[in-house]
Design a binder for this molecule. Structure first.
Ligand SMILES: C[S@@+](CC[C@H](N)C(=O)[O-])C[C@H]1O[C@@H](n2cnc3c(N)ncnc32)[C@H](O)[C@@H]1O
Length: 277
């Protein structure tokens, strides 16, 4: 399908009457690609948890530092970024291609508005490549077999699988741990997995109770405990500093004071796919 055809198709699927995670996150980040229900839902969450905008920015900073670390220190030149979000500052290919313009990135998201704005993600340096796939994380086989993925990424060389602030939208009944292990099993040794994931672990019970009482119209949201987060990395080698708050992951060069774990309510970690499995 042509780019214009894809955009027209996406417009038909676009429902601006209910909040969507990509648009609400865009609102918290100060972007313009959101609608009244996204802002209403974003404000309702911010009324209970006012640090949410800090948390969103901290998550973007985690993504930037994770991509920089993998590109600079691990020599990673291929990225499969699932749950891309709306284009904003420091998109994965921009960070990676600043370090090496030959870097190749596949973006995957299931939100029609992200698809409509995907052109802004397809601004690769001529030496590298970026492609966009409209697909659902819950169908990992479809992602792995997609032509856009196979023609952009070489599965005989290390790939960074990025699942940044997406898995908390997948309920347990959709088997998020199984989905991640299916994706990880397709990666060659020496690949990496980057995950950030919301958690209520650092919050007092009264704030948790108020967050749980938010209307269902806010959409599915499944924060997980440290233990449940750690299970995503089963059989993988966590790199330093392991599982920490996103605000503390290799953040030594960030401005002080850094947000606390209770400000960002999100774990982050990066792990290597071992040589022998
Ligand atoms: C909070 S945003 C995170 C964006 C970006 N990864 C970041 O961390 O800045 C979550 C993104 O995941 C996407 N998403 C949620 N569920 C998804 C699914 N089942 N399949 C594909 N994308 C999904 C949303 O559309 C949204 O763009």
């Amino acid at each position: 399908m042509s780019t214009q055809g894809r955009e027209a198709f996406a417009s038909l699927r676009l429902n601006t009457t209910v909040p969507h995670p990509a648009r609400r996150y865009n609102y918290w980040l100060g972007g313009k690609d959101n609608f009244a229900p996204d802002r209403k839902s974003g404000d309702a969450i911010a009324a209970v948890f006012p640090q949410i905008r800090t948390a969103a920015r901290a998550n973007r900073d985690f993504l930037r530092r994770a991509v920089t670390t993998l590109a600079k220190e691990a020599g990673i030149r291929q990225f499969l970024d699932i749950g891309t979000g709306l284009p904003t500052a420091n998109n994965t290919h921009e960070v990676a291609q600043t370090i090496d313009p030959t870097s190749r990135v596949v973006y995957v998201d299931n939100d029609p508005l992200v698809l409509i704005h995907a052109r802004a993600l397809l601004t690769s340096a001529p030496e590298g490549a970026t492609t966009y796939l409209d697909a659902d994380l819950r169908n990992p086989g479809e992602i792995l077999d997609a032509g856009a993925v196979r023609s952009t990424l070489d599965f005989s060389k290390p790939i960074a699988l990025m699942l940044v602030a997406i898995l908390h939208f997948i309920p347990d009944e959709d088997q998020p741990h199984q989905v991640v292990s299916q994706l990880v099993n397709a990666l060659p040794p020496g690949s990496y997995v980057v995950i950030s994931h919301a958690t209520y672990d650092p919050l007092p019970q009264q704030v948790i109770d108020r967050l749980l009482a938010l209307p269902a119209s806010s959409g599915p949201f499944h924060p997980r405990s440290r233990q449940e987060f750690a299970r995503f990395f089963a059989d993988l080698e966590l790199i330093s500093p392991g599982i920490v708050s996103i605000a503390d992951w290799r953040a030594e060069e960030e401005d002080l004071p850094r947000p606390t774990p209770a400000d960002v309510i999100c774990y982050g970690a990066v792990a290597r796919v071992p040589n022998r499995r």
